[in-house]
Design a protein around this ligand. Structure first.
Ligand code: ADP
Ligand code: MG
Length: 322
């Protein structure tokens, strides 16, 4: 017997995510009711994952559930905000119970680990699409934005960008990696990204600007720089590349992927030179996993500098593995 819409919502989404005392009415009514904390700004973001566009057809359902929330948590992280509530608009070609159980398991696990309640959503029939809206809060007036940087500020990035793009290549069988452990590690970085919410929160008062890296480090550095009214210079030799990525594609291509690959969900942030010591003391880089990679400068545009000269990436194609 096919699963009805009511039963589907009841079984897989009614008790999805964390239980929060500030949710007065959750899944089941026409809308959710939330107790908004006084003295804080509400922070809202939405991101949509479409099968065949944002994840390959046949991706594990648990990964799709995880990523639907993770990409939004990453936007909260970039704002220095505390994620709290989410709504899920799910479009399904059919109501497959096994698929739904895995999808909601992936979503539930990540939501619980970040204290996020799933307070509502919408379920429709059509091509597989998961659109999730997240709501969070931040102490009034303290959110990080892309726009606060100035020429001379030092640029840092968290984690090891490029891994997820290689992981996607592995998932799509466009990249084959002899080292099974490295391949597994890279695939995991695409399938189950770990949004840097704790880091983002701690960067308030330290960073001048912040963006999450979802479309490639170089392009996203350009976005942060443009919003801040300056340009960005990234230092090729300082790019943090993982051992797994270097093993998989070699050092040159690892750095190229670190600059141009997508789906990393790391944080790129600028810190005024006079505050760098305070940053390094408050958040030890080995513990918080971030590295210095460049500076903001007055000339517009984002460039990569290697051995004192600018290197050109414009000739590289969109497809990293062919
Ligand atoms: P309405 O027709 O009033 O929009 P629905 O039948 O679409 O109501 O949804 C019933 C309840 O279930 C609502 O509270 C809605 O927020 C929730 N809901 C529907 N789909 C989902 C979903 N995929 N995840 C979480 N909550 C959902
Ligand atoms: Mg509805």
């Amino acid at each position: 017997m096919p699963l009805g819409e009511f039963e589907l919502i009841d079984r897989f989404f009614r008790s999805c995510g964390a239980a929060r005392g500030d949710v007065r009415l959750s899944v089941g009514d026409d809308a959710a009711l939330i107790d908004c904390p006084a003295g804080r700004d509400l922070v809202a973001a939405i991101d949509t994952l479409v099968e065949g566009v944002h994840f390959p057809a046949g991706s594990p359902a648990a990964s799709i559930g995880h990523r639907a929330l993770a990409v939004n948590l990453s936007d909260m992280a970039a704002m220095g905000a505390e994620p709290a509530w989410a709504l899920l608009a799910l479009t399904l070609p059919r109501a497959d119970e096994c698929w739904l159980a895995e999808f909601s398991r992936g979503l539930d696990a990540l939501a619980r680990s970040f204290g996020v309640a799933i307070v509502g959503g919408d379920t429709t029939s059509g091509p597989l699409t998961a659109s999730l809206q997240i709501l969070g809060t931040v102490e009034r007036g303290t959110a990080l934005t892309r726009a606060g940087g100035s020429a001379g500020d030092v640029l840092f990035v968290s984690g090891t960008p490029g891994d997820a793009a290689a992981g996607l290549g592995i998932e799509q069988a466009r990249l084959s990696v002899a080292d099974a452990e490295a391949a597994r590690e890279l695939a995991e970085r695409f399938l189950f990204p770990a949004p840097r919410v704790a880091l983002g929160r701690r960067l308030r008062g330290l960073a001048s600007a912040c963006i999450d890296v979802s479309d490639g480090l170089l392009g996203d550095a350009g976005k942060l720089a443009r919003a801040s009214g300056c340009g960005a210079e990234l230092h090729y030799d300082q790019l943090p590349v993982s051992r797994a990525l270097t093993l998989a594609v070699g050092d040159e291509r690892a750095r190229e992927l670190a600059l141009t690959g997508g789906d990393d969900y790391e944080l790129l942030f600028s810190v005024p030179a006079g505050r760098v010591d305070a940053l390094l003391a408050a958040l030890p880089p080995e513990e918080w996993r971030y590295a210095r990679i460049g500076v903001l400068r007055s000339e517009p545009g984002a460039v990569v500098v290697r051995g004192g000269s600018v290197i050109d990436f414009s000739h590289r194609g969109f497809d990293h593995f062919h």
